[in-house]
Design a protein around this ligand. Structure first.
Ligand code: DNO
Length: 348
C-alpha cells in the first residue's frame, strides 16, 4: 500500500511542503484544473505539475480525475470527439509516467451533501447528507454547490442539461459507459494506464438522475463491460459504505482478488438514518465502518497500490475546501498507516 494525499494544485490552501511532512506520505493525487472538461490536457501542463510534485520528494501517483464530458454520458453524436480527446489525454499522461486515472460516470453532479459545515458535538465541522433535505433543493437555483461539481454551468445551461437527462434511463447510461470504455480501455491497454471508476456518491439517484455505480452488482457489471485488467475501480469506502447493504471489506477482497482495485479511498461515515449520514473522523469507533477490517482486507489481498485518506472534518479552526483541509486528513493518513504497521508486524 502506498499512502497518498489529494492536492488541488497551486490554489490549494494546503501546500506540498505541509503534505510532505505528514509521516509516511509518499505520493500526490491531483489533476489539471484549468482545462475545460472535454479538452485534451497539454503535455506541458502535465509535465510542469509532475515536476513540481517531484521537487517536493513526492511521487505523482494518481490523476483524480480526468472528467468525462456530459455529451459522452448522454450518448450524443459529439461524444466521439470528446472520447478522442480523452484518449489523447491518457496518452499524454502515460508519457509523463502516470499509471492510474480515476474518473466517475455520475450525470451532472459529482459527490453531493446537504450541508458542508455541520457542527458536531466536539465543535468540529463535517459534511453531512440528509436525503429529505436534498429532495427539497433545487440545483438550478444554486441552492447547493460543491467543490467537486463543475461550476462552469450557467443556470440556463444547468436547466438544459437536466432536461436532456430526462430521457436517459439507467440502461442508456450503461450503454453510454460501455461505448466510452470500449474506446478508452483500448488506449489504456496500449499505454498501460489503469482506469479506476469512482462509485456514485451517495450511491442512489439524486435530483431524478440515473446513477449506476452503487454496489457489488454494478461493479461486477462494470468490470465485465470490457474485460481488461485496466478496466478497474477506485474503491471508495465512504461512498459504498453509506448503504448498509454494501459490505466494504468483502468488496475489497472480491474485486481485489480479481486485480481490479487500482486505488483506494479510505473514509469513515456514520449512518444516522435511512439515506442519511455524517462524515466522521477516520477512526472506526467514530463511524459506522470498521476501518481496521477495511485495511485488513487490503492487506490480505496484498494490495500494493495507492490509498488516500478521504474527506476530513474541519478541526482546530481550519477553514478551506470542504472535506479537504489538512489536519483531519493528516490524522486519517497517520491512523491508517498505524493500522497497516500493526497488520505488517502481526502477519510476519
Ligand atoms: C470527492 C471525490 C470525488 C471523486 C470523483 C472521481 O471528494 O471522491 O469528487 O474525485 O468522483 O471522479
Amino acid at each position: 500500500m502506498k499512502m497518498t494525499f489529494r492536492w488541488y494544485g497551486d490554489d490549494d490552501k494546503v501546500t506540498l511542503d505541509q503534505i510532505k511532512q505528514i509521516p509516511g506520505m509518499t505520493g500526490i493525487v491531483s489533476a489539471i484544473y484549468d482545462i475545460p472538461v472535454g479538452e485534451v490536457w497539454p503535455m506541458e501542463k502535465i509535465t510542469a505539475l509532475k515536476e513540481k510534485i517531484e521537487a517536493h520528494g513526492l511521487e505523482f501517483s494518481v490523476i483524480e480525475s480526468v472528467p468525462v464530458h456530459e455529451d459522452i454520458k448522454l450518448g450524443l453524436p459529439s461524444r466521439d470527439k470528446y472520447i478522442d480527446n480523452y484518449c489523447q489525454t491518457l496518452r499524454n499522461l502515460s508519457k509523463a509516467g502516470i499509471k492510474v486515472v480515476c474518473y466517475n460516470f455520475m450525470p451532472v453532479f459529482d459527490w453531493t451533501r446537504s450541508e458542508l459545515a455541520h457542527e458536531l458535538p466536539d465543535g468540529s465541522n463535517a459534511l453531512i447528507y440528509k436525503h429529505e433535505t436534498v429532495l427539497k433543493m433545487d440545483p438550478v437555483k444554486g441552492e447547493l454547490s460543491l467543490p467537486g461539481w463543475d461550476s462552469s454551468y450557467t443556470k440556463e445551461g444547468m436547466q438544459d442539461l437536466l432536461e436532456q437527462y430526462k430521457s436517459i434511463t439507467e440502461e442508456d447510461l450503461w450503454n453510454n459507459l460501455r461505448y466510452f470504455l470500449q474506446h478508452v480501455i483500448a488506449v489504456a491497454d496500449e499505454v498501460a494506464i489503469k482506469m479506476a471508476i469512482h462509485q456514485d456518491d451517495p450511491p442512489w439517484s439524486i435530483f431524478g438522475l440515473p446513477r449506476i455505480i452503487k454496489n457489488k452488482e454494478d461493479l461486477e457489471k462494470l468490470i465485465n463491460l470490457v474485460d481488461s485488467p485496466n478496466n478497474g475501480i477506485t474503491l471508495c469506502s465512504g461512498s459504498l459504505g453509506v448503504d448498509p447493504n454494501n459490505n466494504v471489506p468483502e468488496l475489497i477482497r472480491y474485486f481485489g482478488k480479481k486485480g481490479r482495485i487500482h486505488f483506494g479511498h479510505c473514509r469513515n461515515v456514520k449512518i444516522t438514518g435511512e439515506k442519511c449520514f455524517e462524515e466522521a473522523s477516520h477512526r472506526s469507533e467514530d463511524g459506522s465502518l470498521d476501518m481496521f477490517e477495511i485495511m485488513k482486507a487490503y492487506h490480505d489481498i496484498g494490495f500494493d497500490g495507492p490509498i488516500r485518506p478521504d474527506h476530513g472534518r474541519m478541526i482546530w479552526g481550519e477553514t478551506g475546501r470542504p472535506g479537504y483541509g489538512l489536519y483531519d486528513r493528516a490524522l486519517g493518513a497517520t491512523y491508517l498507516n498505524g493500522i497497516w504497521e500493526a497488520l505488517e508486524k502481526t502477519n510476519k
